[in-house]
Design a protein around this ligand. Structure first.
Ligand SMILES: CC(C)(COP(=O)(O)OP(=O)(O)OC[C@H]1O[C@@H](n2cnc3c(N)ncnc32)[C@H](O)[C@@H]1OP(=O)(O)O)[C@@H](O)C(=O)NCCC(=O)NCCS
Length: 389
């Protein structure tokens, strides 16, 4: 009989980490690694499944925030460390963990990254943004013109202090971006110290620091060098362009790799747009609306005739019902529905990555007035998070 418990102490947290890492085929953490991971365990947010006294499954969340269309920032649970011990899989352990977690999350929305894409739809998560991996031919990458501001390299201690503040100031602008929790920064710092040649540069414009970029360079055969951009945040177009000028003019670099939003205008930076090669497009955010009325009220809508949307949510039935969405906002109503949609697919359209019409075309939802629904949920910028967890 599986029992789900909320974990409270350090020894249980460490056992949780070991069960999760074993499920991912990774070795348990050393004492030193555990010290780095420990701050990511937040009381009240760590769940485990037990068979008697044995821990057999894990999940947890981190307290964060999420930017929604229109720019509002809402409290958000970043769900992670989902795993079930290999000798207990396919017996409903994950399902029990997910049910308990969904019913107890303190925030109106949760997101996760899915290492297995076929698992989370049944729990009401939908793929809500994608990233594009590009490789840039750096030797041919010419950005015309000069910088408007200044880019400086900072040492590790400065980066540790500056980046969380700067991310908070400039990194919560695009729908899909999330606030980073202290445990996230602790792991990021640790990963950087593992990669000795990781470099952080900070951009300053007329009003002070307004962007940063972290990269590392690996040497390949034949003295070729590959630069990977690992973290990149900016406040405005000038900071974005100046940081690109800096990395694209670094000596010795042959290729630059980076993950970007689907609508990132990077190709237009260069004299020759063909220096940018898209290598992969992949799902990024999986989003679960845990409080549908609150989340529908949190975002803004485009201009169109109002549409009544019926939401179906088998796991959190309080969300089920009809909502009238108009350019002025959303409210619960008792009216016939124009469109009926399962909560997971509402998660997929919520940030604007896909549309009602696209989902209707593939028979994933039914209804009428789809063009109005599309116009209401339309966004100016494709959603993108850019913070991996
Ligand atoms: C993925 C994992 C968490 C599933 O746990 P589980 O306890 O076996 O899941 P459940 O028994 O509750 O299964 C729930 C449903 O999901 C399906 N499912 C579970 N894992 C699946 C997988 N890897 N691929 C496809 N379907 C899967 C089950 O068949 C079941 O379907 P049903 O409801 O139609 O019967 C577990 O296998 C695991 O830890 N895997 C390795 C680590 C991992 O992938 N973690 C996810 C990180 S994002």
């Amino acid at each position: 009989m599986t029992e789900i418990r909320v974990l409270t102490d350090d020894a249980q947290f460490r056992a949780h980490m070991t069960v999760f890492r074993r499920a991912m085929h990774w070795s348990p953490f050393s004492d030193e690694q555990w010290q780095v991971a420990r701050p990511s365990y937040e009381p009240g947010r760590v769940l485990a499944a037990f068979d008697g006294d044995e821990m057999i499954g894990t999940t947890q969340s981190y307290g964060s925030s999420l930017v929604v269309p229109g720019g509002a920032v809402v409290p958000h649970s970043a769900v992670s460390r989902v795993g079930v011990r290999a000798d207990h899989t396919r017996r409903g352990v994950l399902s029990a963990l997910m049910r308990e977690q969904l019913s107890s999350l303190p925030d109106p929305v949760a997101t996760l990254r899915a290492s297995e894409s076929r698992i989370y739809g049944r729990f009401g998560y939908g793929p809500a943004s994608r990233w594009r991996t590009v490789e840039i031919d750096a030797k041919r990458a010419v950005i015309p013109g000069e910088m408007t501001g200044r880019v400086r390299m900072v040492d590790q201690d400065t980066a540790d202090k500056l980046l969380p503040e700067l991310h908070e100031a400039v990194g919560l602008a695009r729908p899909g971006q999330i606030g980073r929790w202290p445990g996230w920064w602790a792991r990021a710092r640790d990963r950087k110290s593992e990669a000795e040649n990781s470099v952080t540069v900070v951009h300053s414009g007329p009003d002070g620091d307004d962007g940063f970029l972290t990269y590392k360079v690996a040497e390949e055969k034949g003295f070729r060098h590959r630069l990977s951009i690992e973290d990149f945040e900016w406040a405005d177009d000038d900071a974005w362009r100046d940081l690109w000028i800096f990395v694209s003019r670094l000596d010795l670099v042959d290729h630059i790799d980076i993950d970007l939003a689907l609508d990132d205008p990077v190709s237009w930076l260069f004299e020759d747009p063909r220096v940018v090669h898209t290598r992969e497009i992949f799902d990024e955010i999986w989003l679960r609306l845990t409080d549908v009325p609150r989340m529908l009220s949190a975002r803004t809508y485009g201009e169109a005739e109002p549409v009544v949307i019926e939401v179906q949510d088998g796991l959190l039935p309080a969300n089920s019902g009809c909502y009238r969405v108009s350019a002025d906002g959303a409210e619960r109503v008792e009216e016939p529905a124009d469109v009926t949609i399962p909560v997971g697919l509402l998660g997929a359209v919520y940030l604007g990555d896909t549309t009602f019409s696209q989902l209707a075309a593939v028979k994933r939802l039914s209804g009428s007035r789809l063009a109005d629904a599309d116009a209401l949920f339309a966004v100016q910028r494709k959603p993108y998070c850019g913070t991996f967890f």
